[in-house]
Design a protein around this ligand. Structure first.
Ligand code: NAG
Ligand code: NAG
Ligand code: NAG
Length: 218
């Protein structure tokens, strides 16, 4: 995909059409779709592995910034100057890499959800690999807007230097719900199909779904 957009740019360069390039790189490259859909297949089993196999009301300690929901995305889109989707996608990978690590860390070796979570993390890392490959390296060296840089710094802070007030308790299931919903929103180009009309970034879309979510499961 990089190749494609670069060659489009080179070709376009002769014709003075190089402007097209930034537009191309801000869209979700189609090479991302396969690994993300594979990740979604795993995520569709999250209720069982992240809820049923954990004690009732089980929560883990995460950094406040690791609670990354649709509301954060809409807030950042409206408040942070120069925030493009590509930046939010990078943030999504950064946040959720930490989330998955924390979930795995609380599970003993023989926990029934461990193979599932390890697989999930593998698939997540595959998607991240493709993400990095499908954008020119300079994209990742760009300076971040201050607000995003702050979040980044918090996320990469040594755990023992994080003040007590910055920790939050969250259930593994809710963390994966966030991961999943924000993925549909930020990479919506890969999740259209039959539900093409859905606006995955709309919080109300998910609120509607929540009632269904509360129904007892067989
Ligand atoms: C995610 O995967 C599940 C199970 O394979 C599927 O039913 C669902 O439609 C997928 N979601 C999207 C948005 O493609
Ligand atoms: C689980 O949490 C709910 C709401 O906070 C509480 O009402 C309930 O008693 C808790 N259940 C257990 C078993 O701790
Ligand atoms: C998302 O918003 C909540 C408050 O609603 C905040 O605590 C959290 O840190 C935000 N997450 C990020 C990644 O900024």
């Amino acid at each position: 995909m990089v190749q494609l957009s670069t060659s489009v740019c080179l070709l376009g360069g002769f014709l003075g059409l190089c402007l097209i390039e930034p537009i191309l790189t801000s869209l979700t490259p189609s090479s991302m779709c396969t690994p993300l859909r594979t990740l979604n297949d795993s995520l569709s089993h999250r209720r069982r592995y992240m809820k049923h196999y954990f004690p009732f009301n089980y929560t883990i300690r995460v950094h406040q910034r690791e609670v990354f929901r649709l509301s954060n995305i809409s807030r950042m889109r409206s408040k942070v100057k120069g925030v493009e989707d590509l930046l939010l996608q990078r943030l999504w990978f950064q946040v959720n890499q930490g989330v998955l690590k924390k979930i795995i860390r609380v599970m003993p070796e023989r926990h029934p959800s461990r193979p599932y979570t390890a697989e999930l993390e593998r698939r997540f890392r595959d998607a991240e690999g493709v993400f990095v490959q499908s954008h020119p390296a300079e994209v990742f060296q760009q300076e971040l807007p201050e607000t995003i840089q702050d979040i980044w710094d918090y996320l990469t802070e040594e755990p023992d230097r994080v003040p007590e007030s910055s920790w939050r308790l969250a259930s593994p299931k809710s963390l994966l719900d966030n991961l999943c919903q924000t993925m549909f929103c930020l990479f919506s180009g890969c999740f259209t199909g039959e539900e093409a009309q859905q606006n995955y970034c709309g919080v109300s879309h998910w609120k509607k779904g929540r009632k269904k979510d509360l129904r007892p499961e067989s």
